[in-house]
Ligand binder design. Structure first.
Ligand code: FAD
Length: 415
């Protein structure tokens, strides 16, 4: 058994752990990243939001990503039957980035870890956290198991849990709680997009609404591969029989718009199913630790908020951990929990209102004012902490109210 000491232990080398550890290393805090997989590894979460570009830029990870030539994402398109709603990030209300990327995450996350290692951050790949013990002063001993079963114990002053779907500390410390978002599942794969149109239409991320509760994502990458996935109530998927390939073929046929392009196309891998996607926790921090990214909270894929939330929380947790380690007092309740939850609550309203149908009504209403659209566009770009935006500040009220106004305006209309 080996023993190692570090100031901060970061669990997981996804976007959240990478941004957190890049910040700590740049601020001369001793950091160790432990990652259970060998990279490159597949993970879902391929359409980013402009807000996360701020985080990569701040910690010096933007240039390595630019060098990868990922597909540029300058907006998002929603379609429902013959109705189309396009959001352009350069028309959004809040200042900030007006583009981002659509990325195969295996390559994206690998580019991040390569750059971290180049900067001198230690990453232990193929080391899985199997146990952790916290002491009164917030210090901890974490046990890692490598692929040969050899145990290493890491003594740390602080632990940032960025373990994504692994949810290491929520599991080990019993912090899981049921999410308020309805139980949704997802079925997805990649294809070689041989019939991709050459225009912008071919490269823009599209959400095709199959019905109020079920939608399809189409995310083209610059390497000719396109990601396809459906999201819907968990029960809905049970109505489709056969292998995951057969199920996805039946589901894809429901999209009038995409069926001609993806009919008969071979899937790059047997479609994967993730059941009951949304996750929540009873607390976001404790004595000696903070939860970030998917380990803390996951709502729903519908607005592609996962990576942005992961980098926002990873960066903030790292800043606060660095302060604490250098002897400054940190108020985790206000400076971490309250801040993070204020953004999560905004996204959560938009996710809920998507599935009530109110947001879909707004998106596909052709008389929506450009200023309202710009304010909603900022939310879709991830700027959910900008309280100068009425659609952030009054998120609980405005989506519902606008939906009712549309009902009144369209009363008597048959289309
Ligand atoms: P991850 O990226 O999951 O990284 C966590 C890392 O921790 C992994 O590498 C894992 O191997 C490692 N780990 C796990 N357990 C252990 C352990 N015991 N010891 C050591 N290491 C461990 N988000 C978007 O932004 N855009 C999208 O389009 C999008 N689509 C999605 C579609 C679906 C169906 C789902 C389910 C999610 C989607 N997401 C999307 C969310 C996205 O997947 C996550 O929010 C994002 O990957 C979270 O990043 P992270 O850094 O927190 O965790």
């Amino acid at each position: 058994m080996k023993n190692i000491k570090t100031d901060v232990l970061v669990i997981g080398a996804g976007p959240s752990g990478c941004v957190a550890s890049a910040y700590l290393q740049a601020n001369n805090i001793d950091v160790l990243v432990v990652e259970k997989s060998k990279f490159p590894r597949f993970v879902i979460g391929e359409s980013l939001l402009p807000r996360c570009m701020d985080h990569f830029e701040e910690v010096g990870l933007l240039d390595c990503l630019k060098a990868e030539g990922f597909e540029v994402k300058s907006g998002a398109r929603f379609i429902k039957g013959n109705k189309v709603c396009d959001f352009e990030f350069d028309k959004k209300f809040s200042p900030g980035w007006d583009w981002t990327w659509q990325v195969p995450r295996a390559d994206f996350d690998h580019a991040l870890t390569n750059e971290l290692q180049r900067k001198g951050v230690s990453i232990y790949f193929e080391h899985e956290v199997v146990d952790v013990e916290f002491y009164k002063d917030g210090s901890s001993k974490t046990s890692l198991k490598d692929r040969n079963g050899v145990i290493t114990v890491v003594e740390a002053k602080f632990v940032i849990d960025s373990s994504g779907h692994g949810r290491v500390l929520p599991r080990l410390l019993g912090l899981d709680k049921p999410s308020k978002i309805p139980k949704h599942s997802s079925l997805f794969t990649h294809v070689k997009d041989l019939r991709r149109p050459s225009s912008l239409e071919g490269t823009r991320i599209t959400f095709d609404v199959i019905n109020k509760d079920v939608w399809l994502w189409v995310i083209p990458f610059s390497n000719g591969i396109t990601s396809l996935g459906l999201v819907g109530p968990t029960d809905y998927f049970e109505d489709f029989k056969g292998t995951t390939t057969e199920k996805l073929q039946q589901l894809m046929a429901l999209s009038d718009f995409y069926n001609p392009r993806f009919k008969d196309i071979e899937y790059e891998f047997e479609p994967k199913m993730i059941k009951n996607i949304s996750k929540s926790v009873t607390k976001l921090y404790g004595n000696g630790f903070a939860l970030t990214g998917n380990s803390a909270e996951f709502l729903d894929p519908v607005f592609s908020s996962g990576v942005t939330f992961a980098t926002e929380s990873g960066l903030l947790a790292a800043k606060l951990a660095a302060k604490e380690i250098t002897g400054e007092k940190v108020n985790w309740e206000t400076d971490y929990k309250d801040y993070i939850l204020s953004g999560v609550t905004v996204f959560s309203t938009y996710v809920s209102e998507w599935y009530t149908g109110n947001l879909q009504k707004i998106f596909f209403y052709d008389k929506i004012s450009p200023s309202v659209k710009a304010q909603i566009c900022s939310v879709l770009a991830g700027y959910v902490w900008d309280t100068t935006n009425p659609f952030v500040k009054n998120h609980h009220r405005l989506v519902k109210t606008l939906s009712k106004v549309i009902d009144l305006e369209t009363e008597g209309n048959t289309d």
